[in-house]
Design a protein around this ligand. Sequence first.
Ligand SMILES: CC(C)(COP(=O)(O)OP(=O)(O)OC[C@H]1O[C@@H](n2cnc3c(N)ncnc32)[C@H](O)[C@@H]1OP(=O)(O)O)[C@@H](O)C(=O)NCCC(=O)NCCS
Length: 193
Amino acid sequence: MPEIREYRPSDRTALYDICVRTADAGGDARGMYSSDDLMGDLFAGPYAHLEPHLAFVVDDGGEAVGYVVGTSDTPRFVERYRAEWIPLVGDRYAHPTSADEPMVALHCGPEHMLVPGLDDYPAHLHIDLLPPYQGQGWGRRLIDRFLATVDAPGVHVGMLTANVKARGFYDRLGFTVLPVPDPGPITYLGIRS
Ligand SMILES: CC(C)(COP(=O)(O)OP(=O)(O)OC[C@H]1O[C@@H](n2cnc3c(N)ncnc32)[C@H](O)[C@@H]1OP(=O)(O)O)[C@@H](O)C(=O)NCCC(=O)NCCS
């Protein structure tokens, strides 16, 4: 029976693998960018590195098959992303392809996470499960664990509006839409913690 446990550094490869396999609006993004690590370097690695106490995995037989990662304090996370994570990634994406470019721009400008209107929801998270583990309650359990651990009055997620399955999940868990100016392709949702 799988179980939820805290993230360990030895989960890094699995974390990155789950991330890219779910990064195309919930579908498999392998092969979309010059490196299959790009999605992990943006949406999983920095959280596991900077906020390991808020990183939890679903463990099946010793292998991570799903995760939730995040931060209690988005402005502080943005500062640390710039000061600590960008130097660690170094020049891995110095020569981006045209597909890479918008993603590398997000990496080089972590301040995109500072969205006006989210002050009451200073925490944020990312959650992904491998397809065989979806639809069995693991997502709800991961969110419960995150909400029980996070030190913030509210948590937001920024999700691609095109990911209608994820939207059904968040709605069911009680997240509500947070109006922000110029959301672009992203829908911002929030929940009190
Ligand atoms: C989105 C995701 C994290 C949800 O996790 P999950 O384990 O599949 O969801 P759960 O089985 O825990 O579902 C929890 C509840 O939401 C409901 N739910 C899930 N998806 C739903 C949907 N599309 N529409 C309506 N309800 C939904 C479930 O029925 C369940 O209800 P219940 O607990 O009251 O019985 C997971 O499917 C996933 O990783 N998807 C691919 C990656 C992704 O899209 N990540 C989110 C990026 S923003």
